[in-house]
Design a protein around this ligand. Structure first.
Ligand code: FAD
Length: 383
């Protein structure tokens, strides 16, 4: 494993940081307050080439040039430069759980139809797995796709779906043969406007309020066979394939946010004076800073290891679970420590210190809760 970055990777990351700092930090506080999604910022990212990073060159993307390690480093830069944690989160969700599955499992027609539209910002895509009775227990899924002449009829619902209220397409998972359990699940690309398919409006949440989240509803919704992604029964392979990349890249942006948070906190504790000295000179305060640094650097090592394994085409199930657990819990702990170090100012919404804490809570839930990551780690160790 080589942890040194080449010049092109460093240059891309620096460019992403500069772009984010200059173009994405204008109105995120109002957006957070009003739960407002900015299609304009989404488009700016597409114009810069962010969404394109997970698309193979053959379909107009840059994945083959940049590589998984380079993309991870660039997405770390996006998280560092963009003060709004929601935007990198939602872009990552589309890049790895919609674009990548289409690139990897789609046929030529599907790749040519959907990938350029998603990369250019014209379309937004969401990934729909979760249901009322199927959260961690994915295979308790009740949404069914019944085979009919020329396609499938989908009935059911999805909830907690990132970008659902604004998505132009949804990658939807449904049971085509419930008796087969995980091997009876298939994936479908459903376009907005399809008869029998509707989405809810945005549902308010505590953090990442700039990202719309909502429900999908299917009532006798006919989907032509050509919109099935991969073979019938390939749903579990499709979602599993994208999860390792998704965890790696979403968390890369969180690592960038943690670095920004640490730098800002160090700056604050150096300048804030109590009892005639900088509060950073009090060991209770500096110990918290040391813990934040430790969390950042241990998370960084696992992140780069996962990215390196994926860049080698290797499986990273254990490492991706370790990363998800370590990095998301670290961001949460460091966000509480940051508030402690800022004192009362940290608690006040107007100072935007508490926003990271609200955003970080989501990280220990989405893409598999921390409990589920511990289960995966234990199981992979034979327990
Ligand atoms: C911000 C955000 C964005 C999301 N985006 C998407 C999306 O785009 N697409 C999508 O499909 N879903 C999405 N989700 C849903 C997310 O994947 C689920 O919330 C998550 O998998 C947990 O499911 P649940 O909420 O039903 O909780 P439950 O599964 O009901 O879990 C409740 C509690 O029980 C624990 N628990 C459950 N089973 C076990 C077990 N076997 N062992 C130990 N503990 C267990 C959990 O860890 C948790 O503490 C998103 C969620 C959030 C918060």
């Amino acid at each position: 494993m080589n942890f040194s970055w080449d010049d092109s990777q460093v240059e891309l990351k620096n460019k992403v940081v500069k772009f984010a700092q200059e173009h994405l930090n204008k109105s995120y506080l109002d957006q957070d307050k009003n739960c407002a999604f900015s299609r304009e910022d989404w488009q700016k990212c597409a114009d810069f080439g962010i969404q394109n990073l997970s698309i193979p060159n053959a379909y107009g993307g840059t994945l083959d040039d940049v590589g998984v390690l380079g993309v991870t480093f660039a997405m770390e830069g996006l998280g560092y430069g963009c003060n709004d944690n929601g935007l990198p989160f939602s872009i990552n969700a589309q890049m790895w759980t919609v674009q990548l599955p289409i690139a990897h499992f789609g046929n030529e027609d599907q790749r040519n139809k959907y990938l350029p539209a998603l990369a250019s910002g014209k379309w937004i895509g969401c990934h729909a797995l979760t249901e009322t009775n199927a959260g961690s227990d994915v295979f308790n899924m009740e949404t069914v796709a019944e085979k009919v002449d020329g396609g499938y009829i989908i009935n059911g619902h999805k909830r907690l779906i990132t970008l659902a209220p604004v998505a132009d397409i949804a990658l939807v998972f449904a049971m085509t043969n419930p008796k087969l359990g995980k091997w009876g699940m298939s994936a479908f690309i459903v376009e907005r406007g399809t008869k029998g398919f509707s989405t809810s409006s945005n549902m308010e949440k505590m953090g990442m309020r700039t990202v719309p989240i909502g429900e999908l509803h299917f009532k006798d919704c006919f989907i032509p066979e050509e919109n099935r992604l991969g073979k019938e029964g390939a749903g579990w392979s499709i979602t599993n394939h994208s999860l390792e990349y998704d965890r790696c890249s979403i968390l890369a942006s969180q690592l960038g946010a943690m670095e920004r948070q640490l730098e800002e906190t160090i700056d604050f504790v150096k300048n804030r004076k109590q009892f005639g000295q900088s509060i950073g000179k009090f060991q209770s305060v500096s110990n918290r800073i040391a813990d934040m640094k430790l969390r950042l650097e241990t998370s960084r090592l696992i992140l780069y290891k996962v990215a390196w394994l994926k860049s080698q085409g290797k499986s990273a199930m254990m490492e991706a679970a370790l990363l998800k657990l370590q990095l998301s819990e670290s961001f949460l702990s460091s966000s509480i420590d940051t508030i402690r170090n800022y004192g009362g100012n940290g608690y006040m919404s107007q100072n935007e210190i508490e926003r990271n804490l609200r955003d970080a809570v989501g990280g220990v839930i989405y893409a598999g809760t921390s409990d589920i990551q511990r289960n995966i780690i234990a199981e992979l160790m034979g327990l």
